[in-house]
Structure formats: structure tokens, C-alpha cells
Design a binder for this molecule. Structure first.
Ligand SMILES: [Zn+2]
Length: 280
């Protein structure tokens, strides 16, 4: 195979895995708008109809942290976007990459094969899934679809500014902030393109963690943002399987396009075990 063919082969979409889940907030939560809210100093992110938004980027950022924390247990490398802290060389660490930019350029001048080898070598296992400045992400997280708008009530809470020296409330420095009450439910989707066994093991381990519960958004140290996943379903398409390929390419109905892959615990449990067994 010529280097050009190897390069194109890597870009070709061969299989996709889709996970659908309901994200349920067990406590109040907030994803800040970065601005004042209509009724408070710190607003939450709302759509034009005044309903709370759960951005896919927030879900993805949090999922990345969960994967970073779980990677060592799976024998995988995580750069933590910081070479000095993690000891892992990865192009996602801006400081590390700026020092090695010339090597990257030289690898590119050596042809697509040499560039691919460089990128593969200097991308940690977490960035292989979540992307880096030199490599596209293999995972996408949808924005949350709010399931029952009437439950998504915005509440204003009081906060006090704590004096760093005395650890007591600073006189006269009060502020308030918006939260969304507990019980909000969102449907979310995760799409993985051409995942390797390691990618699926890492993502699967994060799913098990999230099914049990994790945190998302701001002020989690004050008990906000606890959530868990429910009704997790796993679907897929293997574009090298003629029947699945035709159904995926010709079906306008999302429920029919994808092939159900069975119970998610079994699907990802097997991936994790296979991944661990394949490691020395
Ligand atoms: Zn990395």
C-alpha cells in the first residue's frame, strides 16, 4: 500500500458507534452564561425561550476529565494537556507542541505516512479519542435535548464572598446566582467514528462511571451538578457490512438507520475486558 493509500484508508469511515442516554440531574445545577441573569448576578445559559441549555461542549469537556482519570486503570496514557504534570508527550500540550513544531513540519514534509506516524506517536490515548490540534476528534457529544420543560425551573440562590485570610464571610459582599432545580432530564447522544478497541474501552469505562454518577457544570464544590445516566442504549453501523450499510445510507428514520448492539453493559464490558486482555 502506498503512503497516500494508507493516509486515505485512515480517513475512510468504516464504522460508527452511537450511544443514547438520558442525563438526569440529581441536584440543582448551573452552567453559567458568563453574564448577569435577568434576576441575579450570575445567570445560567438559556435558549431564546428561557429554557436551560446543556451544551455538548460542556458534556464533552467533563467526559474528557472522566476519561483522563480512568485512563491509568486501563493502562492508557493521558497527557492532561500538560507534559510537565503528566510526563506524557502529546501535541495537545500547547507549550510542548510549540517546542516541537519544527519536528511536526519536518514529518509533514516526509509525506503523509511520516506525518501520520508522528501524529500517532505524539498523541496520548485520551487525545486520540477527544482530538488535538493535529488530529480530529473521534467522539462527538450532542447538545442535551430538554425532556420536560416544565421541570426546568430556574432558582436564585444567595452566595457570600469568603475572606481568604479569615475564612469568614466578608462584610457586605453578597451576591446571588441562578441554578436549575434538581430533576432536569436531557437526552444526549455520543457518536464515535472508527473507534479502536482502546477508544471503546475508555469511553465504556466512562459510561459505567456516569451511570453511577458524576458532576457537571459550576459550583460542584457546593454540591451542585450531580447527575447520572439512565436508559443507556448502544447502536452501531458497520459500513463494511452490506446490509447495515444499505440501511444506514437509505433510511431517513434514525431508529431504523442504526443497528441495535444489545445491552450496553455487556457491549462495553466486553470491550473493556478484551482491551485489558490484549495488553501485556
Ligand atoms: Zn493528549
Amino acid at each position: 500500500m502506498s503512503s497516500e493509500t494508507v493516509f486515505l484508508e485512515q480517513l475512510r469511515l468504516k464504522r460508527k458507534v452511537r450511544v443514547e442516554a438520558i442525563l438526569v440531574f440529581d441536584t440543582a445545577w448551573r452552567i453559567g452564561s458568563g453574564r448577569e441573569g435577568p434576576t441575579s448576578d450570575l445567570g445560567v445559559l438559556l435558549d431564546p425561550y428561557g429554557l436551560p441549555i446543556l451544551p455538548g461542549s460542556s458534556v464533552k469537556g467533563r467526559l474528557r476529565c472522566t476519561c483522563e482519570a480512568l485512563a491509568p486503570a486501563l493502562g492508557l496514557r493521558a497527557c492532561l494537556l500538560n507534559r510537565e504534570a503528566s510526563g506524557v508527550e502529546c501535541a495537545s500540550d500547547v507549550k510542548w507542541f510549540s517546542k516541537h513544531r519544527k519536528e511536526h513540519k519536518d514529518a509533514g514534509e516526509g509525506g503523509p505516512d511520516s506525518l501520520l506516524r508522528w501524529v500517532e506517536r505524539y498523541t496520548c490515548d485520551v487525545c486520540k479519542l477527544f482530538g488535538s490540534p493535529v488530529r480530529a476528534a473521534k467522539i462527538r457529544c450532542s447538545d442535551g435535548q430538554l425532556l420536560d420543560a416544565s421541570t426546568a425551573v430556574i432558582q436564585v440562590r444567595d452566595g457570600v464572598v469568603i475572606d481568604r485570610d479569615s475564612h469568614t464571610a466578608a462584610e457586605g459582599l453578597k451576591y446571588d446566582y441562578e441554578t436549575v432545580v434538581a430533576g432536569t432530564r436531557f437526552r444526549i447522544f455520543f457518536d464515535l467514528e472508527n473507534p479502536t478497541l482502546s477508544d471503546e474501552a475508555l469511553f465504556g469505562a466512562a459510561l459505567f462511571e456516569w451511570a453511577d454518577g458524576s458532576t457537571l457544570g459550576g459550583f460542584t464544590s457546593r454540591g451542585l451538578g450531580r447527575f447520572h445516566l439512565e436508559e443507556i442504549k448502544v447502536f452501531g453501523v458497520d459500513l463494511e457490512n452490506a446490509e447495515e450499510r444499505v440501511r444506514y445510507l437509505t433510511s431517513p428514520d434514525p431508529a431504523r438507520r442504526w443497528t441495535v448492539r444489545g445491552p450496553w453493559e455487556e457491549y462495553f464490558g466486553q470491550r473493556i475486558q478484551q482491551h485489558l486482555q490484549a495488553r501485556p
